[in-house]
Every structure is written in C-alpha cells, then in structure tokens.
Design a binder for this molecule. Structure first.
Ligand code: SAH
Ligand code: SF4
Ligand code: F3S
Length: 514
C-alpha cells in the first residue's frame, strides 16, 4: 500500500505549499501537512476488516536523515505509550539519529502525551512552556507533540493558537509515519499536523528499541470499544484490533531467546483479545495457554476488563507456572448505580462473583484495581459502597483518581452536584483504606523468603538492589550486582507499606505466602 492509498478515507486538508522553504522533491509529501483530528470521527466504529501489514520498511530516501542529530522522547501516561516510545526510538535509530537523555543536547524533542485526566494534560502544557527558551536558543531544534493528546481537536487547536514553539503534532495512528513527518517539519515553516482520527491497519515488524533487557512489553491488541462514559481512550486509540496469535507468539519466542525474564502482554482491554477475528475462535485464555509454554520465567498481562474475563482464562491462569499470580482488575466503583452510569456493563454483584471465581481457582492470587471517586452526582452512600467493596475484595493496592471530565465524552455533559472538597475528602478516605490494606498484605512477608526479579540498583540508594516479586511487590535488598537480571531469593527483614527490605539468600526454597 502506498501512502496515498493509506490516506484514503482520512480527513485530509491540503495547505498551499508555496510558502515552504523548498519544494524540491518533497512535494509529494506536502498533502499531509495538515490532517486534524475529530473526536466525532474517532467515535465511529466501522465494520471493515482489519488489515495486517508485515512488510514495514523505513523509506530509503530518509535513511541517514538523523546523521549528526540526537533525539529525546519524554513519555507520559500508560504502558501503551511507553511501548510506543520504544517504537519511535527504533525509528529514530533506523534513520541514523542518536539517543540523548538531555533536552539541551537534543535536536528533536518529542512529548509522547496522555489525555486520561486534566492534570496529565496540564503537565504537558507546562513542559511546552519550559521548552520554549530552548527553541529560541536553538532555532533548528524540532519540538513535537504526539500520543493521546494529539488526537483531541481542542488540544491541537490550543497548540496551534498558543504554542507556536511546536513544530509537529502527530497522532497515535501515525507513529509509523514519523520519518515523513520529520522530513516535512524540516522543510516546512508551518506547524506540521498529521493526526488520523480513524485507526489505521495493524503494522507488524515496526522497529523497536526496548528499554532494558530484563522486562519487555508486547502489544496484543490496540484500541478499545468499551466506551466507558468518562473515558477518552476509545477516541484516542480507535477501535479494537487484535494482533494475530502467530505474530505475538513469535515476538515472545524471540524475547525469550534474547534472555528476557518477564513479558507483559499489553492492551487497553486485553480480555477482548481475539473478539475481532472473523476466521478463528481464539481468545486471551488460548493465547496465555500457548505463551505459557514458552521458556520465559514470568508472564503478565494488563489491563483486564471484568466484563470480558472468562472462565477459560481463569482455568489457564490457575495452572500457574510462569503465569503470575497477580491480576489487576479495575473496578472503578463499588456502586451498581454508578457502574451503570459509567457504562461498565457489570454490577457490584457480578464483579464480586468474578472475584470469588478467581480466588477459588487461584487461592494465592493478589488483586489490585483502579477506582474513580467523585463521579458526577456520586452520593455518600454510593461512595461507601466503594469502600465496602475494597474491604470485601481485599485489594493489596489500588490506583485511585478523582473523576476528571474529558471533553467529548458523555460524562463531561452530565451535571455534577458533588463539590471538589467532598471529592478530595473521599479520595483521602479511600487512600487511607488502601494504604492500610497494602501495609497488612506486606506484613505477611516479614522473615519470609521471596523470589525477586532483580532490575538494577535502587533509585534512592545505589548500594541496594531493587526488583519485584511475582505479585509485583517492590523489594529493596542487599546483594551482589551480578544478581541484576536474575531471579533470586531474598529474606524479608522489614515490611513497609509499599515496599519490602531484605537480604539475598541462596540455596533456600521460597516459602509460599498465603
Ligand atoms: N483500559 C484500562 C485503563 C484505562 S485508563 C481499563 O479499562 O481499566 C486507567 C485508569 O484511569 C482507569 O482505569 C480509570 O480508573 C482512570 N480514568 C480513566 N478516565 C478517567 C477520568 N476521566 N477521570 C478520572 N480517572 C479516569
Ligand atoms: Fe477506558 Fe473503559 Fe476502555 Fe478502559 S475499558 S480504556 S476505562 S473505555
Ligand atoms: Fe493516557 Fe492514552 Fe494511555 S490517554 S492512559 S496514554 S492510552
């Protein structure tokens, strides 16, 4: 498929190219200079089949573009964005750029952004303000905004109007177009905007530079069709598209051969994996079953949606082995009424029933969750339902958020009678409960021996090593640097609220903590 065909069906506006620095040879790319996002288009879900492209190559005419230039990418948001950054880094290296970890040193700076809550967006606007002086000092510096915020028309308009230090904006569906976008930004005086509202096809074998050689992320699907009423993700990431099992399995096999110790399968709603296949009946349970046979010590997945969590997956996870005994199962609220307005499509009782089934099949399981407090018109009683559910499930940790209205989502139009002080007070109470439960869960490890995948030196103390247990508990411990990248046994000497301290021990079998 050539680029023009790829653009078919996209909203393309062409700018007059007469004011370009040079029109030499590059005119064929100018048509994409301004492709703005539309949340209305992003909402549409077409019936057309997903196409898979396995022949991605960096365009030859751009190879060497990065000679003598350095790139810097700052990533906000979820693992999906972290992984997209690895792909973009792969593209930069392929073009001949060198990485740098200093913005002052960079010739191209990208902000890979997150749109999930207002404060996530504010951080990016703040950063754009900070970077303005660099543009003044170094006029040939390219500053780009990509990721989920680029998919929002209000953000693109605000940047166009107020942040003229930005040279390029491109969307989550345009990552593979980075070489063209860079070329255009070098050639154009105008801000280059290329954001497709409608998701593209699935593009395999994009280059990737993974961060580290111990843990790796593997995308199993893109997009989300759940349309929870508060959430911007279905608009910024498009419709659900699963990668083919063979491609995923091949990638995991390669990672195992390269010595990776842990992989995390990624998707916005991994339990919907395979629902879009029309030729085979194949779901997340089938995929996990096959991947568990690959010789890699630890396998995780995130994020689960309770509604699609089926019995087959529970059976597969119950086999244990390299499938980790930790499940992140976002609940969002413990009130059936609020869940209904959120369009989560399960009740409190159905969620608790799923938890009961999981605990029965995997008695040693650790559950964690995401919760939103202060949904429009949430009553005290409804909030208490969330508190009681947290106790009942016994989460060992939770990400908790105050609801943040996202323009274009149904919830943003709802009247809200809950004052911010009340929301903050609810969040504090919820956090106090979660902390208490976390501390309780940690206490059980005192004097026990756990297996830790050692990731490196502790962030706060280079004399101490840090890593995670199978249940994702952070362990800081004294041990030799040769342990980095290995799974070792550590005796816990001090159990804190969010982490464990210990000493490495050898030749001792780990004790199961129930
Ligand atoms: N796909 C995942 C995670 C999506 S974003 C899932 O469905 O679980 C991660 C978390 O951010 C969500 O689980 C939710 O708790 C929170 N979140 C999403 N939109 C939000 C909003 N508008 N305001 C506050 N929190 C939000
Ligand atoms: Fe957002 Fe809901 Fe999709 Fe998660 S499942 S990404 S919360 S719409
Ligand atoms: Fe944020 Fe986009 Fe992830 S909105 S949470 S970066 S999918």
């Amino acid at each position: 498929m050539n680029e023009n065909q790829r653009l078919e069906g996209q909203q393309v506006q062409t700018e007059n190219s007469s004011d370009k620095k040079s029109s030499k040879d590059y005119s064929k790319y100018f048509e994409t200079v301004y492709t703005a996002p539309s949340l209305k288009d992003a909402k549409k879900r077409g019936k057309e089949e997903v196409k898979y492209h396995k022949d991605f190559d960096l365009p030859e005419e751009f190879l060497g573009m990065g000679q003598g230039r350095k790139f810097y990418i700052r990533t906000y948001g979820c693992q999906m964005n972290e992984h997209d950054t690895e792909v973009m880094a792969g593209i930069f290296l392929g073009l001949g750029y060198e990485p740098t970890d200093s913005v002052e040193d960079a010739n191209v700076i990208l902000l890979n952004t997150c749109a999930i809550r207002e404060n996530a967006e504010n951080k990016v606007f703040g950063e754009l303000g900070h970077l303005k002086h660099l543009k003044r000092e170094k006029p040939d510096l390219l500053l780009g905004v990509c990721g989920c915020m680029s998919q929002e028309e209000s953000v693109v308009n605000k940047i166009l109007k107020t942040y003229n230090q930005v040279d390029m904006i491109f969307g989550t569906h345009n990552i593979h177009r980075l070489p063209h976008i860079l070329q255009e930004a070098y050639m154009s005086k105008e801000m280059v905007v290329e954001v497709w509202s409608k998701e593209g096809d699935v593009i395999e074998n994009l280059p990737k530079v993974r961060r580290g050689n111990i843990k790796a992320w593997v995308n199993i699907m893109y997009g989300c069709d759940k349309f929870c009423t508060y959430c911007i993700v279905p608009y910024t990431r498009g419709k659900e598209r699963s990668r083919r099992p063979d491609d995923i399995i091949q990638e995991v096999r390669q990672l195992a051969a390269q010595g990776y110790q842990e992989i995390t399968l990624l998707g916005q709603n991994v339990n919907a994996y395979g629902k879009d296949f029309t030729d085979i009946k194949y779901g997340l349970g089938d995929l996990m079953d096959e991947i568990s046979k690959i010789d890699i010590p630890r396998i995780r997945f995130t994020t689960s949606h309770p509604r699609d969590f089926d019995d087959h997956l529970i059976q597969v996870l119950a086999k244990g082995g390299n499938l980790m005994d930790h499940i992140h199962l976002p609940v969002q609220s413990g009130s059936t009424d609020i869940l209904k307005i959120m369009a989560r499509k399960y009740t409190r009782e159905q969620y608790l029933e799923l938890v009961r089934k999981i605990k029965a099949a995997i008695p040693n399981v650790t559950l964690t969750t995401d919760i939103i407090v202060g949904y429009p018109n949430e009553t005290d009683e409804q909030f208490e339902d969330t508190m009681s559910l947290v106790r009942e499930v016994g989460y060992e940790s939770a990400y908790t958020f105050i609801y943040s209205p996202r323009e274009g989502t149904p919830a943003a139009k709802m009247q809200d009678n809950v004052p911010m002080e009340v929301k903050k007070e609810r969040l504090q109470r919820l956090n106090a409960l979660v902390n208490e439960q976390s501390a309780q869960s940690m206490k059980k490890y005192q004097d026990q021996i756990v297996e830790v995948l050692v990731e490196g030196e502790s962030k706060n103390n280079p004399d101490v090593l840090a890593g995670y247990t199978s249940k994702l508990k952070l362990v800081n411990f004294v041990g030799p640097k040769t342990a980095i990248g290995k799974i070792v046994k550590v005796k816990i000497t001090d159990a804190k609220t969010w982490s464990l301290n210990g000493e490495m021990v050898e030749e001792i079998e780990p004790v199961e903590v129930k």
